[in-house]
Write a protein that binds this ligand. Sequence first.
Ligand code: NAD
Length: 273
Amino acid sequence: MTATARFKDKVVIVSGGADGMGAACVRQLAAEGAHVFALDVKPDIAGALAAELNAGGARVEALKADVMDEAELRAAIATVLDRTGGRVDSLIIVAGGSASGLTADIDLAIWDRLYKLNLRSTLVACQAVIPAMRAQGKGSIVTMASISGVRGDPEWAPYNAAKAAILSLTQSLAWEEGGYGIRVNAICPGPIASERMLATISEAELEDYNDATALCRIGRAPELAEAILFLASDQASFITGASLVADGGLTARTSQPTRFYHQRRQGQHRNPA
Ligand SMILES: NC(=O)c1ccc[n+]([C@@H]2O[C@H](COP(=O)([O-])OP(=O)(O)OC[C@H]3O[C@@H](n4cnc5c(N)ncnc54)[C@H](O)[C@@H]3O)[C@@H](O)[C@H]2O)c1
């Protein structure tokens, strides 16, 4: 199967499809001939993306859905099923978010909010598509975890805990739904250059992120879209319950401050800038 044939006429829902990695998925899916539904809390931005892609012959529909709002998220997915005659081939969950603060002081409202935004919304979206996928005897779901769900990070406990729980939810769902032909996998991005990410860090912090990866740079949204679409596509037909780390090698290292790491910061072991 060639990459360009993977999604021809497939119905794919992307939550958080207006911007960042979600928008990159929408763009790639549109290029591969999918009928894409971009769900987002910012329907104007998703709508502008859809209009741009549809002008080039794509089939992209933007729907308003705040994934924090269970009723609105279920209604948006019901609208998709209504428009497609009950068909949905893939669900790609991207919408999510973070907050920071010392765990000892964390406001429980922030803890609850991040669980709702990341974990509960993932469950709701999966529940909303699974009956249709079972009826088809086929479907794929990609959940949005993070390398932050694989390890701990100081000041990010609510985010990391929610992403770790998404990995566990993904594994349970993979087993429960595997007998119906539904695959469920998680993507674990490392630092990715979304507008939001770049807006929250300084130049010096960006350099630290670049240094933290084996590839000496943070990732780009289209690169993550490639990994996500692989998991969603039939190219990954025997992969379920898995988590794919796409982090430029960040978590491949123990973080010991070895001589190599310091030499690389001085300019060795890399191409000149
Ligand atoms: N950027 C990174 O470095 C990184 C790394 C690992 C995981 N992630 C995860 O990837 C996902 C997207 O990250 P990004 O950096 O591309 O983010 P982003 O903020 O650029 O984009 C996320 C998209 O989701 C939408 N969104 C946000 N809250 C929403 C809500 N309540 N309902 C519906 N849509 C909503 C936004 O409008 C936006 O279009 C998040 O789940 C994040 O936790 C990001």
